[in-house]
Design a protein. Sequence first.
Length: 357
Amino acid sequence: MIATSRKRILATIAATGAAALVLVGCGNAPEAGENGSKEGSDNSDFLACAVSDEGSWNDKSFNQVSMLGLTEAEKGLGIEINDAESKSEEDYTPNLEAMVAKGCDITFAVGFKIVEQINAAATENPDSNFVIIDSEAEGHDNLKGMTWETTQSAFLAGYLSAAYSESKVIGTYGGMNIPAVTDFMVGFANGAKYYEEETGTKVTVLGWDADKQDGDFVGDFENGTAAKSISEGQIEAGADVIMPVAGGLFGATSEAIKESGKDIVMIGVDLDIAKNSPQYADQILTSVEKQINVSIYDVIESAKDGSFSSDGYVGTLENDGTRLSPFYEFEDKIDASIIEKLDELKKKIIAGEVETR
């Protein structure tokens, strides 16, 4: 059972003994504080914590950008941070217990896979605040759900991809068939079809079937061989723009592109891939960002000020929770009229004049 202590003074008194007993009963968790906890320093009495899913803090995806939110809050708000990196699903509960034992004022669980465990933590620790990334939350005053309407920015990416494509064949694939993934794919396909309707130019979207609500999926976020095979198949079918929605598996798509010898680009997801993984910058047309770091910063600031709310957060184009990354190396390769059109579409989506789902 997760310990109920929250206050730092109790954690200081009991951290070594109590936390050790808790973790022995539930299995060993990875080391906490891997990203530079400053617990015990004098600069703040607010401790924000996070537990990753098994993708790790360096997954080039939502775990990494979530940790960025904590480190930015550490610098900008003068808070302390702590973390626990999960190596497998069996680590979720003991890692949450480790954060409770540390006396965290707010703990973020990154990813829908931790929903069951974070709900248990919220039930057993009513005086602590928790946040689940990429999932809605109901029934707990101390648990906040955070989701992102990525169909909106993915719609812009789909329109851009259709306009940029020479073959007018574009592709996408996902890690798993879950809303956090398929929202990207839905928006991407709908944006491309919007371009088709507006211009009368036929656009083929590989990897997503709107009627069946199904498409090309790896089955997880680790199988690079499967991701590369899907990418190769879409390249063979003529795709010259591909959007992988599968965490760090875009690296496998990059390999497939290089081996094809063709002029093909990718759309990144979750964070600004060209900026954060510059080795891929020459292949990244843009990225569909979840501004998870910005959203986390705002939630921490509210909690620090004593105004934490369990009301769900939805990141949109309007609140800058989701956006397209800059075009960087491709700025001069995109027609100015298309850039103007993207800005116009963004305004229409925000105004509710264009439906992205």
